[in-house]
Design a protein around this ligand. Structure first.
Ligand SMILES: *Cc1c(COP(=O)(O)O)cnc(C)c1O
Length: 361
């Protein structure tokens, strides 16, 4: 298939802006007159330092990151943060975890290795996926931090509020970062694997309140110490150079589309097209509670696993790729990250109607 014939609904790694890929292709063999590819240059070179500094500055601007917070470019994926967070922040105490999805559950279990974990909410196992209300959160006294996942990629739910807690907020924003404005000052740590909404896999963005650094457990590996990484400006060891470069190109595209505010304006419109079909359908059922639905990952099912599989398979044949739900929950999932064009959503909407007409008379 030609690229023009495909819309990619993968949950991650996922679609990147065409403009960023074209720039990368044009600069692939010779970056900016350096005579080499970004993939080949020293991370200590002036060429790369400029790439690094500008990507960081663009991200700082896009998310209005205050000077109290540091941006780190790390490796290990979002999953490494499941360990890095408790290693650095839990010393001598415990933490509250809201378990609203697959990854928050893994993070909670990982944290148990390092200290006392209190489950402040657990919404798994119900008929429909949902997000707890503020008053449903069971907060413990003296927690070192409160952990939650802003957008549950697999379940298709999103927190539409920032929880109020005495403890610093730690938030996994992997699948929604850069899709809506965030008041960064409210958070102790924000982290996100880049492969959902920012760049290729291999980069993890961490935004941390500098006041929280330096409290790590004594056995914390150096590469997992926020303090070390802040002091070395993410270059204690070789950073994921290519991904940082790609992040810079994605952020240029983002800026040309009106920045994070521009993304927020369109994301709800995109998701609403699909939710409208689901809500008016006799075939499709939403997997998430209405008021907690994610604009990034739209999840639904027919109620028949074979029909769900047929939906994804027939879609593939017409260039609508990666619509199969995560193996943990089944069903159907359409990921509508920033770089998913409106045409992709419209093509999927047309297909959904056709499929329903064919399979539900
Ligand atoms: C994909 C994802 C992860 C896992 O990311 P890795 O980079 O594979 O470790 C964690 N949290 C959320 C919300 C995700 O969407």
């Amino acid at each position: 298939m030609k690229r023009e014939e495909v819309f990619n609904f993968s949950a991650g790694p996922s679609v990147l802006p065409r403009q960023a890929l074209e720039r990368a292709a044009a600069e692939m063999l010779n970056y900016n007159g350096s005579g080499m590819s970004v993939m080949e240059m020293s991370h200590r070179s002036a060429f790369f330092q400029e790439i690094f500094d500008s990507a960081k500055a663009k991200l700082k601007k896009a998310l209005a990151v205050p000077d109290s917070h540091e941006i780190l470019f790390l490796q290990g994926g979002a999953s490494a943060q499941f360990s890095m967070v408790p290693l650095n922040l839990m010393e001598g105490g415990g933490a509250d975890y809201a378990v609203t999805g697959h990854f928050a559950n893994i993070a909670m279990k990982e944290a148990k290795k390092y200290g006392a974990v209190h489950v402040a909410a657990d919404t798994l196992g119900g008929e429909q996926a949902y997000i707890p209300r503020q008053e449903e959160l069971d907060l413990s006294d003296g927690a070192k931090y409160f952990y939650y996942c802003a957008n549950n990629t697999i379940y298709g739910t999103a927190w539409n509020y920032v929880p109020r807690t005495a403890a610093p907020l730690v938030c996994d924003m992997s699948s929604e970062i850069l899709s809506r404005p965030v008041d960064v000052a409210k958070f102790g740590v924000i982290f996100a694997g880049a492969q959902k909404n920012m760049a290729p896999a291999g980069l993890t963005v961490v935004i941390i309140d500098k006041a929280l650094a330096g409290r790590e457990a004594p056995y914390t590996p150096l590469v997992m110490s926020y303090k070390t990484m802040i002091e070395k400006d993410s270059m204690y060891n070789t950073p994921p150079c290519w991904c940082i470069y790609m992040l810079g190109l994605t952020l240029d595209w983002l800026e040309s589309q009106g920045g994070v505010a521009g993304m927020e304006a369109i994301k709800h419109e995109k998701a609403a097209i699909l939710y409208d079909i689901i809500d008016n359908s006799r075939l499709y059922k939403p997997s998430a509670r209405r008021e907690d639905r994610s604009d990034m990952n739209v999840t639904f099912r027919t109620g028949d696993a074979d029909l769900d599989a047929a939906f994804a398979k027939e879609a593939q044949a017409r260039g609508l790729m990666n619509l199969k739900g995560h193996r943990a929950v089944g069903g159907i999932r359409a990921s509508l990250y920033n770089a998913q064009p409106m045409e992709g959503v419209q093509a999927l909407a047309a297909y959904m109607k056709e499929f329903e007409a064919k399979h539900h008379v």
